[in-house]
Design a protein around this ligand. Structure first.
Ligand code: DX5
Ligand code: ZN
Length: 220
């Protein structure tokens, strides 16, 4: 399979030892660090805010891939940018003006991502795809780790990959939710370039992280 980047989701890390966990997954070969921010309103779970992102920043030099599942989202963009996010990804449903939100992220000097929930069509990207750096395809309904991969999202990944290549854009296609060695291959075959994995990356504890990441890459 093509060589995907691996972005482990710290949602599945030990929250009592988050700094050490970020360091361990970085040393195990993570390409990016995926940070899931949830507000108990946009999604039915609450995780962490910009203060924790800031505290984690010194623990890794890897790209902080910050997935905001909060609404309204605009008021928090600056705080996450200042905390050390490199990529800020938002959902179109998290505010009334997606184009403006994307421009704000770019204005903060950060890469901008747009995330599509399982029922949100790829069409939603039509008028922003040229302005963004990443599309995050949710292959579970956001809110929790450990859910089952929704196979219909493979078609969406294919459609986005076709659009990106037709237009000659350099936009990463990231997939998030239920990724294991098998669904990783399916997603990459469909056109995904970055894989988020929580459960599959952190299972078994730090001694297993390197092998977990290698398995997600395709076992090489
Ligand atoms: C879900 C989050 C995911 C999640 C993935 O709302 O966006 O990043 O942590 O976890 P797994 O890999 O366990 O499905
Ligand atoms: Zn996520």
């Amino acid at each position: 399979m093509a060589h995907p980047l691996i972005s482990p989701s710290i949602l599945s890390a030990d929250f009592a030892r988050l700094g050490e966990e970020v360091r361990a997954i970085d040393e195990a070969g993570a390409d990016w660090i995926h940070v899931d921010v949830m507000d108990g309103h946009f999604v039915p779970n609450i995780t962490i805010g910009p203060g924790v992102v800031k505290a984690l920043r010194p623990h890794s030099t890897k790209t902080f891939d910050v997935h905001l599942m909060i609404s309204p989202v605009d008021d928090f963009l600056e705080a996450f940018a200042e905390a050390g996010a490199d990529i800020i990804t938002v959902h179109p449903e998290a505010g009334p003006h997606l184009h403006r939100t994307v421009q704000r992220i770019k204005g903060l000097g950060k890469k901008a991502g747009v995330s599509l929930n399982p029922a949100t069509p790829a069409k939603m990207l039509d008028y922003v795809i040229e302005d963004i750096d990443l599309v995050l395809v949710m292959s579970v309904n956001p809110g929790f780790g450990g859910q089952k991969f929704i196979a219909s999202q493979l078609r969406k990944i294919e459609a986005i990959a076709t659009q990106v290549s037709k237009k000659g854009l350099s936009v990463d296609i990231e997939v998030d939710g239920g990724i294991d060695a098998i669904t990783a291959r399916q997603a990459v075959d469909a056109g995904a370039t970055v894989l988020v994995a929580g459960t599959a990356a952190f299972k078994g504890g730090p001694d297993h992280y390197a092998a977990n990441i290698a398995a997600l890459r395709g076992g090489e």
